[in-house]
Design a protein around this ligand. Sequence first.
Ligand SMILES: Cc1ncc(COP(=O)(O)O)c(C=O)c1O
Length: 383
Amino acid sequence: MAAIDLAGRVRSRFPIFRSKVYLNSCSQGALSDRVRDSYLRYLGDWDERGSPWEYWVERAEAARCSFAELIGADADEVAVTTSVSAGVSALASALRFDGGRGTVVVTDFEFPTIGQIWHAQELRGARVVHVPAAADGTIPLERFEAAIDDDTALVAITSICFRNGSRLDAAGVVRLAHERGALVLLDAYQAIGAIPTDVRVLDVDFLVTGVLKYLLGSAGLGFLYCRRDHLEGLVPTVTGWFADVDVFQMDVHDYSPSPTARRFEAGTPPVPSIYAGIAGIELMREIGIAQTAAHVRALNDLLLEGLDDLGARVVTPRQPARRGPLIAVASSDVHALVDALAAEGIVTSSRDANLRISPHCYNSTRDVTTLLAALARHRVLLA
Ligand SMILES: Cc1ncc(COP(=O)(O)O)c(C=O)c1O
């Protein structure tokens, strides 16, 4: 019942549903009227005011505050970045691997950019240790117990794996890492907007994400949260003028990073994406993230039941605590399957040999039954 109510309430704000069954929010959230209007507002402001940089910088501050509220942080613990990659690169540049702790622990569930950035630190003396997944598509805590030791500087984990939808026991990893004196970086991109996320509850040291998936924004805007206690000791060498203590001092002879998390920023902020990002975050907060999580859980229960009836092989863990909005299903030819569904107006995506189905607040039970009916027609493409 809840599933019908939420979709019915919000769906008309997302024009794509007039022509498509959109089930690909793990790649990109659907465009809402509010986010579309925010782009028009940006163009209007540019047209009418010419170069309102003071206002645009104030918009970046509004994005910082909006995101900080969303994750239960203070605004000065949040850096406004252009991507997850930019935030993690700035953070990595502030760590020293010589002398103290020299190892970074990275799960095999990470988005490629995370692994690549930490491996790049090998050029600066870091050692990277990978934590592999088990055959059931989870990463049991014992694997972290084996990987984290008193040389571990940082553990990089992801809330939900973009490949198979597996949800990590983040609280367990944080507890273990902190017991052993290591920091934790959480990539929350596949959860934020679809699952309530509070950095004080999670107790993470750093969190990175962007807005283009379940936060309904667009490409070009990301955030890095850095717990206040760590700010002073972390001095990035990947930097730029927007990281300076006084952006408008314009001093070419000096590097004085901001005392706040702004020290992890770089160049000119991504103004159009900031308009869209604020609009997306505000819309998701209005719709309700806890309500969305319950709604998506109900849709995914229905989806899993239907997939079982079809004899499909679901690669996402079955326990509700070990999954989120993304359900991944094995396919014998996933590109053909995504194309066949697209030809019927159903938008999904793939990673590895898996079909990715990722419902959000705007999806209805009807979307799920329409997808299941199409999968029944293409059953030969299910592995
Ligand atoms: C888990 C996760 N991390 C990171 C990214 C993207 O990172 P970036 O903002 O650097 O492109 C994605 C996007 O697809 C993702 O799913």
